[in-house]
Ligand binder design. Structure first.
Ligand code: CP3
Length: 342
């Protein structure tokens, strides 16, 4: 097996710097569109054979060093009892947002092996089909990020409703976050039991919080999840997007790896977190559109800075954009492998 990804998570020496790409299974690949055209996005997530097929596409096409489960962070919220829709233009929608005690009380804690069986089946198929070629990453959203979707009813610009609940009804906010956290712990434990070999927690909107609010209203739930997963024996990656100002706090999460976005030089991130964790990142997704020689320089720079970290996994600083030409993603993987080869 190509174990470079798992070794880098633990800070062990590697033959080359491993790379995978956030959203590597997705709309920039014509092969993805072909499978996706058979139904809706949620139908694809709920059909394990097809979900596994699109998870494997980037492993075969790009040669990345890890596969990631094909699903969405919002899928377990639907299993908690909240109707979920994905619209081509508007993205995800929760038509019944959670804003009062009755709505929080109605939320159920799903049993992952029954209510989210399609996810566990996808993981089992993936482990069989990957045949130990590369490790498989499972994932969830972080409680704060998940809460923003259910409180706002979808994506948001100002996160007004979320912050209003945090500030004006903190007990309600805490009750909601407690339930999402409990669900997430069971969900991630089940993913590890089904065969996920690493787990990433996506905190996509953590960067909208003042550090003191991150410390009070977001990080404690992440810590609870990481602590609960200690017995699973798989590395945990915590990615707080747009989180340069939160790194001092994020490094106390207990995660083995911290995801870093491009707004901070990797060297500065290493200086902030020290040698207690590995780092994952951090090329701007748009930098894939640089001319090849400039892209190479930038990749070499990130690799050089990453050498100072306990371990480094190359990735973009956020998901690859649907407009990206697939050849650019392929070139990136080649560059990282060639430039970091021992
Ligand atoms: O990384 C991978 O390849 C695995 C699959 C994956 C998806 N979503 C598939 C997806 C993962 C890990 C996610 C996580 C996710 N989902 C996050 C965290 C990462 C991040 O980007 O910050 C978030 C915030 C979501 C919520 C979400 N899902 C939004 C806001 C949208 C609509 C906007 C968009 O990017 O399309 C989605 C839809 C979604 N999730 C698609 C895919 C491939 C597009 C669906 C389609 O085919 O139409």
């Amino acid at each position: 097996m190509n174990t470079t990804f798992l070794q880098a998570c633990k800070g062990e020496p590697v033959q080359h710097t491993p790379i995978w790409i956030m959203r590597q299974a997705g709309r920039y690949l014509p092969e993805y569109h072909k499978v996706r055209s058979k139904g809706t996005f949620l139908e694809l997530c709920k059909t394990p054979e097809l979900a596994a097929e699109v998870s494997i596409q980037p492993v075969d096409i790009l040669g990345v060093d890890a596969a990631i489960l094909f699903s969405d962070i919002l899928v377990p919220l639907e299993a908690m009892g909240l109707p979920l829709e994905f619209h081509e233009k508007h993205g995800p929608l929760f038509p019944e947002p959670v804003r009062d005690r009755a709505a929080v009380d109605r939320l159920i804690i799903p049993d992952p092996e029954t209510d989210l069986k399609f996810v566990m089946d996808t993981i089992r198929i993936l482990r069989r089909e990957l045949a130990d070629k590369v490790p498989l990453i499972g994932f969830s959203g972080a409680p704060f990020t998940l809460a923003t979707y259910v409180i706002e009813g979808g994506s948001s610009k100002s996160y007004f409703q979320t912050k209003k609940m945090m500030y004006a009804a903190p007990e309600l906010y805490r009750a909601l976050l407690d339930k999402i956290t409990e669900c997430t712990i069971l969900y991630l434990k089940a993913q590890a039991a089904a065969g996920a070999q690493a787990l990433q927690i996506f905190d996509s909107w953590a960067g909208v919080l003042e550090p003191c609010d991150f410390a009070e209203f977001a990080l404690p739930y992440v810590k609870r999840i990481v602590a609960a997963l200690q017995g699973c024996g798989v590395p945990i990656i915590y990615f707080a997007n747009n989180g340069a100002t939160l790194l001092d706090l994020a490094k106390t999460s207990g995660a083995d790896v911290l995801g870093i976005d491009w707004r901070i030089p990797l060297r500065d991130a290493v200086a902030k977190v020290g040698q207690g964790v590995s780092l994952q990142g951090n090329l701007d997704p748009c930098a894939l559109l640089l001319p090849p020689d400039k892209l190479e320089k930038r990749v070499a720079g990130i690799l050089a800075e990453g050498r100072a970290a306990r371990g480094h996994i190359f990735n973009l600083g956020h998901g690859i954009l649907p407009e990206t030409p697939p050849e650019k993603a392929k070139l990136l993987v080649e560059l990282v492998h060639r430039l970091s080869q021992k």
